[in-house]
Design a binder for this molecule. Structure first.
Ligand SMILES: NC(=O)c1ccc[n+]([C@@H]2O[C@H](COP(=O)([O-])OP(=O)(O)OC[C@H]3O[C@@H](n4cnc5c(N)ncnc54)[C@H](O)[C@@H]3O)[C@@H](O)[C@H]2O)c1
Length: 319
C-alpha cells in the first residue's frame, strides 16, 4: 500500500525513546513519512523536538496497550521500557506493553497489510548456556524472577509475531537487539554505559557490580539503526529472528577503565554485589545478519564512547 506521493508511511512505536528517536531521524532523512507514537513513559519530546518542524513527521501520544488505527506501510514496534530500573518500576505494565502492545500492532499490521518489525532483545536468551548466542538457541530464562516481566514479555511477543506470520501470513521481522549505547541514552536509567559515563564526568565512584569479570558486547546506536533498516528491507520470506549487536566482547571492568581514560576522570572503581539474574556473559553471533543483510557494525568501542561522552558533556551543560 503506498501513499499517493509514493513516500513510505512508517509508524515507529516508542519513537521518542533512545533508539526510536534515532530511527525517526534516519527514516525522515531517507524521505519517509514518519509517524511516532509514544506514551512518554521513558521517552521525551526533547529527543524528537528537532524533527517536529518537518512536514513529514507526526507525533502522537499513544499507549500501545490500546489499539491504534492508522494507515501505514511499515511498523517498527519499539515501545517498551528497556532498562531494568524502568521496566521493574511497574512490571505488570511492562508485560502488558510487550504482549498487548504486540497484539495491537500485529492487529494493525494485519488490517493495513503492513510489514512489521519487532524490537526484541538478547534478554530472550536469559543467562545463556551457549556462547556466543546464535538465533537457534532457545535461552535460559527464569520465568518468575524480577527480570521476567521484560524477558518473558519479549519472548511472548516473539511468539505472537510468529503465530501471526503462520496463521495470517503477516510479513514479520524480529530483531534481537544486544546492548546498544550512544547519544540520548538516559543519564539515570542504570544502564552500564550511561552510568559509568555520568559517574566519571561527575568524578563520582564508578559502580561495578560483582567483580566486573562479566562480559557485555556494546553496539553503537548508528550501527544498530542501520541493522534495523536493513532487516526491514529484507525479502518477505526472511523473518528472523536475527541478532543485531556488536560481537566485540569486553568485561565490565574493561569498560569502566576505558570510560575513566576517555573522560580523563579521577573516579575510582567501587565494587557492589551482583543483582539477581544478571547474565554473566552476553555476545551475539552475527553470522546470520552478515549473510542475510550484509550488515556488520563498524563503530569501535572507543570511537562510540567518545561520541556518547560528548553528548553527556553537552547534556550536563544544558541541564
Ligand atoms: N537499548 C538497548 O540496548 C536495547 C537492547 C535490547 C532491546 N531493546 C529494545 O528496543 C526498544 C527501544 O529501546 P530503547 O533503549 O530506545 O528504550 P527507551 O526506554 O529509550 O524507549 C522506549 C520507548 O517506548 C515508550 N513506551 C514505553 N511503554 C510504552 C507504551 N505502553 N506505549 C507507547 N510507548 C511506550 C517509551 O516512552 C520510550 O519512548 C525496546 O523495545 C527495547 O526492549 C533495546
Amino acid at each position: 500500500m503506498r501513499h499517493y506521493n509514493s513516500r513510505k508511511r512508517v509508524l515507529i512505536t516508542g519513537g521518542a525513546g533512545f533508539l526510536g528517536s534515532h530511527l525517526c531521524e534516519r527514516l525522515l532523512g531517507a524521505g519517509d513519512d514518519v509517524l511516532c507514537a509514544d506514551n512518554f513513559f521513558t521517552g521525551t519530546k526533547d529527543n524528537i523536538a528537532h524533527l517536529l518542524a518537518s512536514p513529514n513527521f507526526e507525533l502522537i501520544r499513544h499507549d500501545v496497550t490500546f489499539p491504534l488505527y492508522v494507515e501505514v506501510d511499515e511498523i517498527y514496534n519499539l515501545a517498551c521500557p528497556a532498562s531494568p530500573i524502568h521496566y521493574q518500576h511497574d512490571p505488570v505494565q511492562t508485560t502488558k506493553t510487550s504482549v498487548h502492545g504486540a497484539i495491537n500492532m500485529l492487529g494493525l499490521a494485519k488490517r493495513v497489510k503492513a510489514r512489521i518489525l519487532q524490537a526484541s532483545t538478547s534478554e530472550v536468551y536469559g543467562d545463556p548456556h551457549v556462547h556466543p548466542q546464535t538465533e537457534d538457541y532457545w535461552g535460559h530464562v527464569n520465568p518468575i524472577g524480577v527480570r521476567s516481566c521484560y524477558d518473558e514479555g519479549k519472548r511472548c511477543a516473539e511468539t505472537l509475531f510468529f503465530d501471526y506470520h503462520r496463521q495470517h501470513q503477516l510479513r514479520i521481522k524480529v530483531a534481537r537487539i544486544f546492548s546498544t549505547y550512544g547519544p540520548r541514552m538516559y543519564p539515570s536509567d542504570g544502564r552500564v554505559v550511561s552510568n559509568f559515563i555520568v559517574q566519571a564526568l561527575k568524578g563520582h565512584p564508578i559502580t561495578v557490580y560483582g567483580d566486573g569479570s562479566q562480559t557485555r558486547s556494546f553496539c553503537y546506536v548508528d550501527d544498530l539503526i542501520e541493522g534495523l533498516i536493513r532487516l526491514m528491507a529484507t525479502p518477505d520470506n526472511f523473518t528472523g529472528p536475527v541478532n543485531v549487536g556488536n560481537p566485540n566482547e569486553f568485561t565490565i571492568l574493561e569498560l569502566a577503565n576505558k570510560v575513566i581514560a576517555l573522560t580523563g576522570s579521577k573516579s575510582k572503581i567501587e565494587f557492589k554485589p551482583l543483582p539477581s539474574d544478571d547474565p554473566v556473559q552476553r555476545q551475539p553471533d552475527i553470522t546470520l545478519a552478515r549473510e542475510t543483510m550484509n550488515w556488520t557494525p563498524s563503530t569501535g568501542l572507543d570511537e562510540g564512547l567518545r561520541m556518547a561522552i560528548d553528548y553527556f558533556r553537552m547534556d550536563a551543560v544544558h541541564s
